[in-house]
Design a protein around this ligand. Sequence first.
Ligand SMILES: [Zn+2]
Length: 165
Amino acid sequence: MLNGCQAGRKAERTNFHMFDQLRCAATHEAGHAVAALHFWMPLLEVSIEPNGVGATRYARRLGFGEIDRWVCVSYAGPAAELAVYGDADEAGDLRVIKQMLKALDLHWGADQLAEYRQRAQRLVEAERAAIGAVASELLRHRRLTADAIAAMLPVPVPEGALWAA
Ligand SMILES: [Zn+2]
């Protein structure tokens, strides 16, 4: 499964330097990656391209029972941008979330989606230092495996610790 996304709105700013665009994409993907590992999801790797497009890849197709965590992880990308830059464009990720929910014939209301967005924001705040470290490494290498990212994280948080909050 591929969760591709783009920091499109920022790319359109005339004074938004190429490096800033990349840094923003790195922060966004680092948010997805750290959240995915937080929930012990089968993350494979994350990458960023020079045009500001990022991708989060999983090692296998995600199961039906993982959809709630996956939605939270999907919101964690824009949440990381929001935490670092003060604003974020979540349109791309939200589109993918809605496509996935539709494919699974799930009918989530706006309130439920808002709740998952808030969970992602809390998770990002708690993991902010790790996300910053992963973003820096992603900026340097453009591609990081799940193992490389896991090695950068502090002691793993027990599964569901934040989820239950
Ligand atoms: Zn994203």
